[in-house]
Design a protein around this ligand. Structure first.
Ligand SMILES: [Zn+2]
Length: 307
C-alpha cells in the first residue's frame, strides 16, 4: 500500500535518469546485457501486471524474446545503479502481450495507483507517457517522412532527406487551482463538471494555451468556466500527469468578487464552500479530491488553513 500520502501521485520517482549516459549506444547495450537490469513491459498505455497486480519487472537478460517483439524499448533510468527499461508491446494483441510478459492482465496505472508505492506509480507513469509519445511521433510533422528513435528513446529524428528534424517528448501543461473568496469567512470555489456524479465537486483546471503564462491561464480558466475574476495567484506545487503527457501546475487563487456564472458547458454548477462544509463532507465519507490528483493536496492544504 502507499505509505506516504504527502507525495503527489506520479511523483517521487527514485530513478536517476542518467542524462549524461542515456544517449550512448555502447553504454545502453552493456546495460541490456547486465543481469541486474530490468525491463518493464507495457501494452497500449497499460501496465502489465502479475496475478497480485504488481507491475511485471523482467530481468533484461531473460527478456530477449520480449525485447525482440517490442515496437520500441526506452531507457528510463538507474534504480540504485540498476538500469530500468520499458518495452512497448502495443503491436501485439492483448493475450500475446500478456503471454510474452508472463503477465496476468493489462491495467491502467490509474486503477493501480492506490495500491502502489508512489515511486513505483511514478515509474510506470513515466514509462507509459514516454512510450505513448513514441507511438504518436512515428512521422515527421514537417515533411511527413518516417522518424527514428534516438538511443535510449529520449529523442526521435526525422529520416527524410534534407530535413533531419529532431523531436523531443512534448509535455502539455495544465493549471489546476483552488479559488478562494476574498475576505471572511474563508470559502473556496468548487465546480461540478459535465458528466460528473451528482454532488461531486472538484477544483477548476484547464490547459495552458500558447502565449499564456501559467498565471494568465489560471485567470482565464476561472473566468471562462465560473465567471469569477481572479487577482492574486500563488504557486502551490506540480504533478506529472501522464494521460498522456500532462504536467499539472497547482495554484491558490484569490477571487476579487464572489458572483458565480458558470459556462454551462464544461462546468454545470459552481459554488463556494466553507471549511466547515468541507469538513462535514469528509466526515460523511465523501472523497476530498481524487486519490491520484494534486487537487486533493490543494484542498487539504486549504482545509488545514485558518478558519
Ligand atoms: Zn522531416
Amino acid at each position: 500500500m502507499r505509505t506516504d500520502d504527502r507525495v503527489v501521485a506520479y511523483g517521487g520517482g527514485w530513478l536517476d535518469r542518467a542524462a549524461a549516459l542515456r544517449g550512448d549506444p555502447g553504454w545502453l547495450a552493456e546495460r541490456l546485457s547486465d543481469p541486474a537490469s530490468v525491463v518493464l513491459p507495457l501494452w497500449r498505455d497499460r501496465c502489465l501486471v502479475d496475478s497480485a497486480r504488481a507491475p511485471v519487472r523482467r530481468p533484461a537478460v531473460d527478456a530477449v524474446e520480449l525485447l525482440a517483439a517490442a515496437d520500441g524499448t526506452v531507457f528510463l533510468g538507474l534504480d540504485a545503479g540498476r538500469a530500468v527499461f520499458a518495452a512497448d508491446l502495443s503491436g501485439l494483441d492483448g493475450d500475446e502481450a500478456c503471454a510474452l510478459a508472463d503477465a496476468a492482465e493489462a491495467v491502467d496505472v490509474r486503477a493501480l495507483v492506490g495500491g502502489l508505492e508512489p515511486a513505483e506509480a511514478a515509474v510506470q507513469a513515466y514509462a507509459k507517457g514516454l512510450l505513448h509519445w513514441h507511438r504518436g511521433q512515428r512521422f515527421c510533422g514537417a515533411c511527413g517522412a518516417a522518424t527514428v528513435a534516438g538511443p535510449g528513446g529520449q529523442t526521435r529524428s526525422c529520416a527524410g532527406s534534407g530535413c533531419g528534424r529532431l523531436l523531443f517528448p512534448r509535455i502539455e501543461p495544465a493549471v489546476i487551482m483552488l479559488v478562494e473568496a476574498p475576505g471572511e469567512p474563508g470559502r473556496c470555489l468548487l465546480a461540478r463538471h459535465r458528466g460528473a456524479a451528482e454532488d461531486s465537486w472538484s477544483t477548476l483546471a484547464g490547459f495552458v494555451e500558447i502565449g499564456e503564462s501559467l498565471e494568465d491561464a489560471v485567470r482565464r480558466e476561472v473566468s471562462e468556466e465560473a465567471g469569477v475574476a481572479v487577482g492574486e495567484v500563488t504557486y502551490q506545487g506540480s504533478q506529472a500527469w501522464p494521460f498522456p503527457a500532462g504536467l499539472m501546475v497547482g495554484f491558490r487563487a484569490t477571487a476579487v468578487s464572489t458572483r458565480v456564472r458558470v459556462d454551462g458547458d464544461e462546468v454545470v454548477e459552481a459554488r463556494w464552500f466553507t471549511r466547515a462544509e468541507l469538513r462535514d463532507r469528509v466526515a460523511a465519507g465523501r472523497p476530498l479530491g481524487r486519490i491520484d490528483s494534486i487537487d486533493r493536496h490543494l484542498l487539504r492544504s486549504w482545509l488545514d488553513g485558518r478558519g
